[in-house]
Design a protein around this ligand. Structure first.
Ligand code: CS2
Length: 485
C-alpha cells in the first residue's frame, strides 16, 4: 500500500460556530449523557439561545477527557437504525474535568454563579445510598471521607460542598438535575444531599431544603458502550478520526419535572420543551413505566440471556424462547403492576420496546446490563414482584430472573466458565453463594442481603426463588424458560 494511504486520518475538530458560555456542570460524563442530554440541550440552544454550554466532569477516569481534549471537546453521535447510521457532531461541551486530579477546580466551577444546573449520570452506585431504602449510606467509605474532607470524591460530596460555597458567597443554589435510572430520582438525591448536609451543618441543610430544587426525570435511550472497532469503522467511513464517538438507538425520551431554582427566572433552564423534552408536573408514572417495563426486562434478559450463552440483547430476543418470555413478562407480570401515564397504551409501548431490543444494529451486551445488579434489582424487578405478590398475581418469570441473578453472581456459568461479575457487592455476594452448599441455603444467604431485599420480601421469596434456582441448575436456562411457557 502506498505510504500516504497508511497515514492516520486527521483528528476530528470543532467547527467555527459560536459556542455558548457554560451554564451546566455535568457529573459522570459517560456515553449515556453524551448520547442524550447534550443533544437535547444543544438543540434547545440552537432553537432558543441561552448560555447553556456544558462542563463535563469525570468522577473517576481521565479516559473521556484524554480522548476529547485533542478534539476541542467535540465528538460524533452515531444513531444506529436497522437501515443505516446517521451521524451528528456535538459541539456544546466547553471543557471536561477529571475530579480526582483536581477536585478544587470542579468545586470552583460548580460554585460559579453562571452555573445554574448541575446534572448527573453517576449510575446507581454513585449516589452512595442503600438501594433498598433510598437513604444515604452513612458507612460508605466515600461518604466518610467526604464528611471529613473539604475536597470530596463522591457525587453527594461534590453537590453539598459546592452548595456550601454558594451559600457562603450569598449566591443562589443550582438546580440538581439527576438523570439516573432510579425511582423518584429527584426526591432520592434530595434526601441524600440533605442527609449529608445535615451532618455537616444543619443550617446549610435548612437552606438547601428551602432554596434547592431537585426535579425528578425519566431518561430513555439505549446506548451500548463504544468499542475500539466502532472507532475504526467510523474513521474509515468518514476519513476523520474521532476517539470518543457515542453510539445509540434512534429512540429517545426525556420527561422532566418543571421545578428549577426560581430565583433565576427565565434563565433557570434551557428551553428543553423546544427540543422535545416533556416538561411535566409529576414524573412518577413515566418513571414507573420505564423502570419496570424497560429496565426490568433488560435486567431479566441480561441474566437469563447471559446464562443461555447470548452476547447481546438483540441476539437474546431473536431466540424464540426469550421472545415469548419477555412478552409474557410484560403482559402478565409487569403491565398489571402499575398505573401508566395518562394517554399511554402499554401494549403499544411494549411492542415498541420489543422492536428496540431486536434492532440488530445495537450490540448491547448482556454482560454490560448485568453489571451492578445489587443496585438495580430493587427498582427494576423487586418492586414489581412485591406489588404482584400483594395482589396474589403470579410472577414466575420475574422470580426466575431473580434466581438467574443469583446464579450469575455465583460467578460460574452453565459451561463451568468464570463470569466476570462487576458489582460493588460482588465479593460479598460471591462469598455468600460459595459459603452455602445446597440451593436452598445459597438462596437464603443471598436473600439476607438487606441492601437489596427487605426482610418481608426475602421471606416471601425464599420458597419460589429456591425452586426457580433448582430449575435453572437442573434444566439449564433455555429449558427452564420453556417450562414457564
Ligand atoms: C440498561 C440501561 O445498562 C443497563 O442497565 O438497562 O442503561 C438502559 O439501556 C437505559 O436505561 C435505556 O434508557
Amino acid at each position: 500500500m502506498p505510504a500516504e494511504l497508511q497515514k492516520a486520518p486527521p483528528r476530528l475538530h470543532r467547527s467555527s460556530a459560536p459556542k455558548p458560555d457554560p451554564g451546566i456542570v455535568h457529573l459522570g460524563f459517560g456515553a449515556f449523557f453524551r448520547a442524550f442530554g447534550t443533544i437535547y440541550i444543544e438543540d434547545a440552544v440552537k432553537a432558543s439561545g441561552g448560555d447553556w454550554g456544558i462542563i463535563g466532569v469525570s468522577l473517576r477516569s481521565p479516559d473521556t477527557r484524554d480522548r476529547l481534549a485533542p478534539q476541542d471537546w467535540t465528538y460524533t453521535s452515531v444513531e444506529l437504525a436497522p437501515g443505516g447510521e446517521k451521524l451528528r457532531q456535538v459541539e456544546i461541551i466547553r471543557e471536561v474535568l477529571v475530579a480526582p486530579e483536581d477536585p478544587e477546580i470542579v468545586l470552583s466551577r460548580m460554585s460559579d454563579p453562571t452555573i445554574r444546573i448541575v446534572s448527573l449520570t453517576v449510575t446507581e452506585k454513585g449516589y452512595c445510598h442503600d438501594p433498598a431504602t433510598g437513604r444515604l449510606n452513612p458507612d460508605h467509605p466515600d461518604i466518610l471521607h467526604d464528611l471529613e474532607n473539604p475536597l470530596p470524591v463522591s457525587a453527594p460530596g461534590f453537590l453539598v460542598r459546592a452548595l456550601q460555597r454558594r451559600r457562603a458567597a450569598g449566591q443562589l443554589p443550582f438546580t440538581v438535575l439527576t438523570c439516573d435510572n432510579l425511582p423518584g430520582n429527584g426526591v432520592l438525591v434530595r434526601g441524600i444531599v440533605l442527609d449529608f448536609a445535615r451532618q455537616l451543618d444543619p443550617a446549610l441543610a435548612d437552606w438547601i431544603e428551602t432554596e434547592g430544587r431537585f426535579p425528578s426525570t425519566m431518561v430513555d435511550r439505549i446506548t451500548p458502550a463504544t468499542k475500539p472497532e466502532d472507532i475504526d469503522r467510523l474513521a474509515t467511513a468518514t476519513g476523520v478520526l474521532d476517539e470518543a464517538p457515542v453510539l445509540h438507538e434512534p429512540f429517545r425520551q426525556w420527561v422532566v419535572e418543571d421545578d428549577f431554582v426560581t430565583g433565576y427566572g427565565e434563565d433557570a433552564r434551557p428551553d428543553l420543551a423546544v427540543s422535545g423534552v416533556e416538561m411535566v408536573g409529576d414524573v412518577t408514572p413515566y418513571e414507573h413505566m420505564k423502570l419496570r417495563m424497560l429496565n426490568g426486562t433488560h435486567s431479566a434478559l441480561a441474566y437469563l440471556g447471559y446464562l443461555a450463552g447470548h452476547e447481546t440483547i438483540s441476539e437474546t430476543v431473536a431466540d424464540p424462547v426469550f421472545a415469548i418470555f419477555v412478552n409474557r413478562l410484560w403482559r402478565e407480570e409487569i403491565m398489571p403492576s402499575f398505573t401508566p401515564p395518562a394517554g399511554i397504551d402499554l401494549g403499544e409501548y411494549a411492542k415498541a420496546l420489543f422492536e428496540r431490543y431486536a434492532n440488530p444494529a445495537i450490540r448491547h451486551r448482556t454482560w454490560q446490563i448485568a453489571m451492578d445488579g445489587s443496585q438495580k434489582l430493587p427498582q427494576r424487578i423487586l418492586g414489581t414482584i412485591a406489588d404482584d405478590l400483594k395482589t396474589g398475581r403470579p410472577c414466575p418469570g420475574l422470580i426466575l430472573a431473580v434466581a438467574a441473578w443469583m446464579r450469575y453472581v455465583g460467578g460460574i456459568d452453565e459451561n463451568d466458565q468464570v463470569i466476570d461479575v462487576r458489582d460493588p457487592l460482588a465479593d460479598r455476594l460471591r462469598a455468600l453463594s460459595d459459603g452455602a452448599d445446597i440451593p436452598k441455603t445459597k438462596v437464603t444467604a443471598l436473600l439476607s442481603v438487606r441492601e437489596i431485599f427487605n426482610a418481608d420480601l426475602a421471606e416471601q421469596l425464599a420458597g419460589p426463588v429456591t425452586q426457580a434456582y433448582c430449575r435453572l441448575l437442573g434444566l439449564g436456562t433455555r429449558k427452564a424458560l420453556e417450562t414457564l411457557a
